[in-house]
Design a protein around this ligand. Structure first.
Ligand code: ADP
Ligand code: ADP
Ligand code: ZN
Length: 214
């Protein structure tokens, strides 16, 4: 099963992608997590990506596409994968389609998690991220057992710099301009599936399982 998660920053792509990965036994591939791990480890890629991420801008396509195309050819991706945060631009989508065509395959669904901007601003302020394992929490909607500590790995939870309100607005603008056109792209390809992301997390997941099958 090869899936793409589409949706605004904070729509719940990561939350749902993790559940999909666990239920269907496929890897969750988050380009945001890959960049954050590179920043933490001080790699060249991390240094390049950080200047864009801090401003709420997208990292240039050429830094993203090869990385994902390599990743999806690793052995753990044989049964499929769920891509979270990629593609984010039309050129990225075209690069993915071309790479998959070359491999004689294609994606099954692009799942669009639909949430209006007004709800997003509220969600992002409450998001807390674990830089240890990539887990995500929400102070109100999905709190960790102990405040400020990751349930899974015990590391400290942080408010990401790019989740501060001034940067969130910029990221939403970037989303509407550069990423939203992908909804049309995957509609035309006959791959788009929509879910209502304003529902609570369990209901959103139930809608996705309805689509993908038990
Ligand atoms: P969110 O899902 O909250 O938008 P992500 O963790 O997916 O956040 O992404 C954080 C940042 O990483 C983005 O704002 C962008 O700078 C960068 N990034 C992640 N994926 C991509 C991508 N496919 N193309 C360009 N930039 C990306
Ligand atoms: P994305 O990967 O699209 O940027 P996340 O999955 O990280 O989004 O979710 C953003 C924030 O909203 C997180 O704090 C998460 O716990 C919370 N969240 C996710 N889905 C829901 C939902 N259906 N209802 C309320 N809060 C949610
Ligand atoms: Zn953790």
């Amino acid at each position: 099963m090869k899936l793409i998660m589409l949706g605004a920053p904070g729509a719940g792509k990561g939350t749902q992608a993790k559940r999909i990965a666990a239920k269907y036994g496929i890897p969750h591939i988050s380009t945001g997590d890959i960049f954050r791990a590179n920043i933490k480890n001080g790699t060249e890629l991390g240094k390049k990506a950080q200047t864009y991420m801090d401003q709420g801008l997208l990292v240039p396509d050429e830094l993203v596409c090869d990385l994902v195309v390599d990743r999806i050819q690793q052995s753990d991706c044989e049964k499929g994968y769920v891509l979270d945060g990629f593609p984010r631009t039309i050129p990225q989508a075209e690069a993915l389609t071309a790479a998959l065509e070359k491999l004689g395959t294609g994606i099954d669904y692009a799942i669009n998690v639909e949430v209006p901007d007004a709800n997003i601003l509220n969600r992002m302020g409450g998001r807390r991220a674990c830089l240890g394992c990539g887990a995500t929490y929400h102070v109100e909607f999905n709190p960790p057992k102990q405040e400020g500590v990751c349930d899974t790995c015990g590391a400290e939870l942080v408010l990401r710099d790019d989740d501060k309100p001034e940067t969130v607005q910029k990221r939403l603008d970037v989303y509407h301009e550069q990423t939203q056109p992908l909804i049309d792209y995957y509609t035309k390809a006959g791959k788009l599936a929509e879910v209502d992301g304003t529902k609570d997390m369990d209901d959103v997941f139930a809608a996705i399982v309805d689509l993908l099958g038990e």
